[in-house]
Design a protein around this ligand. Structure first.
Ligand code: GLN
Length: 559
């Protein structure tokens, strides 16, 4: 029988509910229970694929592309899902299924299409029961497909949001329908620290729990997000006012390393407590796996040396836009015994003041050129790639960053003035990056890119091969454009190497510079498969080069 743990949020969004959810999952996983995770997103988009990263943060890409067929004859491809799934994959080391991301858009679309084909003939379609039934059906379909012992269900947004209401109502119904001891509700709230009085304040938590209670939901556990651990008297107060035992009030303090949160929760007895209320046989965490996780956290915490990486890009205003890349860099750095300092550089600034380029990039030990879409800030990104080629700075280009490395090479080395991607300049004299042939017919935007996991065939003797140590790997893609093979072959005569292709040899998957430092671009997104205990090979190779480059520069500075 599947146990359900619901995770809701209160007071405000952005509390790190995804990390809380993943950490709770880890507590069960360490006890040998099979875990799966659902995220319900209240927005009306069918998937987040068309959202601007500046509004919503990164879009996560699954290995598997799901054919979402709400009714026969209407199908949509879904592989782009909420960034929280990246957190789940990194903590739990499982590949998530796209149908685990349930959006209001999918739910309403299904119900309305079913109405059109006559599935509810004669009836008025309403939020309760039709929308709530569809939500419950989707949740149970995941339970049915993956058969976990514990299914965690995170509800996006904050209780009290109009959009989240149907999801919260569906939870209320599920808690009633399931046998006693089969569900638990964890509510994550903010406990702000008020500097002027030197106190942690519980009132916002009290209000948010009242809002939940007014919807018929009583939390079993309250996780209090605060700058520090909650002292006893604060836990007592939350317990008294929010109607939960004191042992069920859990601290979620600021942490330098997010992967430490499961350990903090375990120390407070959360794993045992949840097992108790879910009537699961009491188990202790597997000592070997627990120790491995402790060691992993230590590896992230202990380095004292920093390497500095520039990330020129266009979505630099919010830190969440490149979260999987940031994490992949951290995973690799921890393996090399260093920490990373990331400089997010808005490249429009380089276009306005080219002098900034040297000022910003001469300080760093490596450059990672970011994924992206559209034309804003792109000249500045190309300038950054040219800088890397000219100064032999270790360089990793991801997707758009790889395409723009190729543009830079064509301009600098092949002398193709005005070379560009047709995405950026449709009338460029040298379209060195252009739409994939099958993309030329596609007009609709949602879910229509080349998506998901694809086989990458790596050429022996290249830097990329050295990184992977294998000829064939599966990596995840999300693109419409690609490097034009004719131009790439011309470039091969001038020191560029095509280091990976797809199985058919039609799509260039990676390039690198032959005799020129470590300058590598990949058309795929290796960051999505990076794990804290298993860093992504190209990221690991990149950070190794970055460390070498830093040492070299330190030596040169001494002389
Ligand atoms: N805009 C580019 C393309 O569609 C790159 C996409 C990306 O960086 N994910 O091919």
């Amino acid at each position: 029988m599947v146990k359900y743990v619901f995770i809701t949020g209160g007071v405000l969004s952005g509390l790190g509910k995804g990390v809380v959810t993943a950490s709770i999952g880890k507590l069960f996983q360490l006890r040998g229970y099979k875990v799966d995770v659902i995220k319900c997103d209240p927005y009306l988009n069918v998937d987040p694929g068309t959202l601007n990263p500046l509004e919503h943060g990164e879009v996560f890409v699954c290995e598997y592309v799901w054919r979402f067929e709400p009714v026969k004859g209407y199908a949509f491809r879904i592989a782009e899902i909420d960034q929280d799934f990246g957190t789940y994959e990194r903590f739990l080391d499982i590949n998530m299924h796209p149908s685990n991301n349930i959006t209001s858009g999918q739910v309403y679309l299904s119900v309305i299409l079913k109405e059109r084909i006559g599935e509810y003939l004669g009836r008025t379609i309403q939020v309760i029961p039709h929308i709530t039934n569809e939500i419950k059906r989707r949740i149970r379909a995941v339970a049915e497909r993956s058969r976990p012992d514990v299914l965690l269900i995170e509800i996006g947004g904050t209780c009290g949001d109009i959009e989240a209401m149907p999801f919260l109502e569906a939870i209320r119904q599920m808690r009633l329908e399931e046998p006693r001891g089969n569900t638990a509700l964890v509510h994550v709230t903010l406990v702000p620290y008020l500097e002027t009085v030197g106190q942690l304040k519980t009132k916002p938590t009290q209000h948010s729990v009242k809002t939940l209670q007014s919807m018929g939901l009583q939390p079993d556990v309250i996780v209090g997000r605060a700058p520090m651990e909650l002292p006893d008297d604060v836990k007592e107060k939350i317990s008294l006012f929010c109607n939960v035992p004191k042992e069920a009030v859990i601290s979620d303090p600021n942490l330098e390393v997010v992967y430490e949160l499961p350990l903090i929760f375990e120390r407070q007895g959360l794993g045992d407590y949840l097992c108790k209320i879910l009537n699961l046989p009491p188990r202790k965490p597997d000592p070997v796996k627990f120790k491995q996780w402790i060691d992993l956290v230590e590896r992230f915490k202990s380095p004292t040396e920093y390497v500095r990486i520039a990330m020129p890009g266009k979505y630099c205003m919010i830190t969440d836009s490149y979260i999987s890349i940031n994490e992949a860099l951290k995973h690799a750095a921890a393996y090399c015994g260093v920490k990373v300092k990331i400089d997010l550089l808005e490249t429009e600034a380089f276009e306005e003041d080219p002098g900034l380029l040297d000022e910003k990039l001469s300080k760093v030990d490596g450059i990672l050129l970011t994924p992206g879409f559209g034309s804003r800030g792109v000249e500045g990104m190309i300038m950054a790639a040219e800088y890397a080629i000219e100064h032999k700075v270790p360089f990793l280009g991801i997707c758009f960053g790889c395409q723009l490395l190729f543009v830079a090479f064509c301009r600098m080395v092949l002398g193709l003035k005005g070379a560009n991607s047709t995405e950026v300049n449709p009338s460029t004299p040298h379209p060195v990056v252009d739409l994939l042939p099958e993309q030329k017919r596609i007009e609709q935007k949602g879910g229509t890119m080349r998506l998901g996991g694809h086989l990458v065939v790596i050429r022996k003797g290249t830097r990329l091969y050295e990184a992977y140590g294998r000829e064939k790997v599966i990596e995840r893609f999300r693109h419409r454009y690609h490097i034009m093979p004719d131009y790439a072959r011309k470039a091969e005569e001038h020191g560029l190497i095509i280091s990976a292709q797809d199985e058919s040899g039609r799509i260039i998957n990676a390039i690198e510079l032959a005799s020129h430092g470590w300058i590598v671009g990949v058309q795929f997104h290796p960051e999505f498969k990076s794990r804290p205990n298993r860093p992504s090979p190209p990221y690991l190779a990149f950070i190794r080069e970055v460390v070498k480059y830093k040492r070299l520069r330190e030596k040169q500075a001494k002389h």
